[in-house]
Design a protein. Sequence first.
Length: 69
Amino acid sequence: MESLYLLIPISVVLVFVIGVLFWWSLRSGQYDDLEGPAYRVLLDDRDVPPVGHRAEENTGRGKDEEPRA
C-alpha cells in the first residue's frame, strides 16, 4: 500500500510529460504530411547538372576544336 504513494505521483507526472510532448508535436506540425515521405521514396531523383557546367566543358574539347572522326 505504501508503494502507491510513490507510484501514483510518478504516473501523474509521466502522463503530464507525455501530454506536453504530444501537444508540442501537434503544434510543430509533426503530423501534417504523413503520406508525402512514403511517396517520395518511390520517385526518382531529378538529374540536374551542376551549376556552371555545360556540354562543351564535359567533353574535354574546346569550342574552337574540330570534332574527331
